[in-house]
Design a binder for this molecule. Structure first.
Ligand code: KG4
Ligand code: ZN
Length: 337
């Protein structure tokens, strides 16, 4: 079965063709991405209207590129999957409208995909043996959630950020340090050369028995430290700040994950989303899982950021569960679970 996955929730226009064999094997035949980060970096973050317009310009040729690279015609597709939520509404509408038009004109079923479920599904390519139930930590530019994945399609949020997402905080602190948007990968690199105890920053783990986070306090504390040192004429060490911020991020995440393991008894953890590329998070989570007897699954770095293959992977499971959308399908900005 061939599935076309389309993604346009934020600042990447992406499309992929994935082949699903009867023996359960999933093969990515193409994975085309047009990134808008160069445009948004001029403004230090994603500008929603510019994102919508850029998706509109790119969508046709990205879908064509995905089909051409895979050597597949629209007629050969069995399903068209598209991200319908959560994300920037003007951005989502471009992918959803395009997918609806293609589904209608080519008489192919349309499957609505939740972006967060898609990030989690990126793991199925590398680990065919991975099956629910498991816990999933989705850390991205818009999300930081600990989720109980009860089946391929049933997700229950156990904890989430009450304000900023982890990636958003990485980007804002990086911007004040003079880095180019998106700053996460550069913060990761700088942190490897820094002292994580140099600057005292608060925990991003909410201090109650919930599994929630607050990255706004951590971000503001980092920004205040940078501003007050700059006002005093003192030089800020960007490696030490990146390391201190990353240390506060990873310890908060590991703290809540450890509670989630105890509460649920789950023995498998997926970490997904753009921030799951973070090398410090990967190694801290590896140690945590080793100590707790939990199997850790993380997508390859190439599938951590937004892409169409992860949307096709989740579309497959939604389709197998009989979840088929119709021509009235809309896009929506908020979470569905
Ligand atoms: O999942 P994603 O591509 O888009 C959203 O759904 O938001 O995530 C993008 C986020 C950005 O905030 C980016 O700075 C962050 O992922 N990111 C990282 C790393 N690579 C990307 N954050 C920390 N460490 C990284 N290595
Ligand atoms: Zn994403």
């Amino acid at each position: 079965m061939l599935i076309l996955g389309i993604e346009s929730s934020c600042d990447e226009t992406a499309a992929a063709v994935v082949s699903f064999e009867e023996n359960g094997e999933k093969r990515i035949l193409s994975n085309a991405v047009s990134s808008q980060t160069d445009i948004h970096s001029l403004y230090g973050g994603v500008v929603p209207e510019i994102a919508g317009r850029a998706h509109s310009e790119a969508i046709c040729h990205i879908v064509t590129e995905a089909l051409t690279d895979a050597g597949v015609s629209v007629r050969e597709l069995e399903v068209i999957g598209v991200t319908v939520n959560p994300g920037l509404i003007g951005a989502l509408l471009v992918g959803v409208s395009f997918a609806k038009a293609l589904s209608y004109s080519a008489h192919k079923p349309l499957v609505a995909v939740d972006h967060i479920k898609g990030h989690t599904a990126a793991c199925y390519f590398q680990y065919p043996e991975l099956k629910p139930p498991f816990l999933s930590l989705v850390v991205s530019g818009g999300h930081t959630s600990i989720i109980d994945v009860r089946s391929y399609t049933e997700f229950v949020t156990l904890g989430r950020t009450r304000d900023d997402a982890a990636g958003e905080a990485f980007d804002k602190v990086g911007r004040v340090m003079g880095l180019k948007y998106p700053c996460g990968a550069e913060m990761d690199r700088l942190a490897s050369a820094g002292d994580h105890e140099k600057y005292r920053l608060p925990s991003a783990a909410i201090a109650d028995d919930s599994l929630d986070f607050s990255f706004s306090g951590l971000k503001t504390a980092a920004l205040n430290t940078i501003n007050s040192l700059t006002q005093k004429g003192e030089k800020i060490s960007i490696t030490d700040m990146a390391a201190s911020f990353t240390g506060a991020f990873t310890s908060a995440v590991c703290n809540k994950l450890s509670t989630a393991f105890e509460r649920t008894g789950r023995k498998k953890l997926v970490i997904a989303g753009g921030v799951s590329a973070n090398s410090h998070l990967r190694s801290a989570a590896g140690k945590l899982c080793d100590g707790a007897g939990v199997e850790l699954y993380m997508p390859p770095i190439s599938l951590c950021g937004d892409n169409g293959a992860m949307i096709a992977a989740q579309a497959y499971h939604e389709y197998m569960a009989g979840h088929i959308a119709d021509i009235s399908q809309n896009a929506f900005a908020y979470d569905s679970f």
